[in-house]
Design a protein. Structure first.
Length: 242
């Protein structure tokens, strides 16, 4: 295959990275009976993209600190991997939550419980879009077919994983919308569940449990479970009342 020119490389990377995220965003927005202002959705989406940079900084520092403590206390490589897997998942969920919280969730447009899930999903899709661009841009060095395969995998798994985890956290905001005294408890629980889901996903991707075919089944089953849970929570949030 002829080598892509720089403009073509950028355009193809953006198309393969952003189209899946935008399709998922369209799906979630059409489920909202009272659509949010597109400007607010765009702001949250862009904030989610910016969160990728913050997540990389946090993860790099966490990895370096974890490596230092591993040498200091001598714990095994398996514990080192577990700390990284859980730590990276936690940081990404915190960053996506912050992206939505400091934009739309503090605006006057956050006026019904289900809005929290919409905005968290928008932040997650912005995060996933830029993350995809980084993966796919690197993959293009190995050829177009490799990048299309990466894009397809991330469309069905990685993007949906980010959406599902964010929706779970959004449910924490939604179910405490009329009961602010429950906000801390709901957020701790929802963040724990989202981080757990994300950590298992990271573990299966990194460790390749049971071989490639079996691992792919496990990853897909996990993502389907997360998506199903997110949709159930979304329907509950739409019916949430005082």
């Amino acid at each position: 295959m002829a080598e892509l020119t720089f403009p073509a490389h950028i355009l193809l990377t953006m198309a393969l990275a952003f189209l899946p995220a935008l399709l998922w965003l369209w799906f979630w927005l059409k489920e909202d009976a009272h659509p949010e202002p597109r400007r607010e959705i765009l702001i949250v989406f862009l904030a989610g993209m910016g969160g990728v940079i913050l997540a990389i900084i946090l993860e790099n520092n966490f990895f370096a600190a974890n490596r230092y403590f591993q040498k200091l206390f001598g714990y095994s490589i398996s514990y080192f991997q577990i700390f990284n897997i859980v730590g990276f998942a936690f940081f990404e969920e915190i960053v996506k939550t912050a992206a939505a919280f400091f934009t739309a969730l503090k605006s006057r447009y956050f006026d019904e419980p289900v809005d929290a899930m919409i905005y968290l999903v928008a932040a997650a899709l912005g995060f996933a879009a830029l993350e995809n661009a980084l993966f796919i841009g690197e993959g293009l060095k190995s050829g177009l077919a490799q990048s299309v395969a990466i894009s397809a995998f991330r469309f069905t798994n990685a993007v949906l994983l980010h959406v599902s985890a964010a929706a779970i956290i959004g449910a924490g905001f939604a179910f405490s919308f009329f009961h602010k005294e429950r906000l801390a408890r709901e957020l701790v629980l929802s963040l724990f569940l989202a981080t757990l889901l994300h950590s298992f996903y990271n573990f299966f991707i990194i460790e390749n449990v049971g071989g490639e075919a079996a691992n792919q089944i496990l990853v897909t089953a996990l993502v389907v479970f997360g998506a199903t849970l997110a949709l159930v929570l979304f329907e509950r949030a739409k019916r949430a009342t005082i």
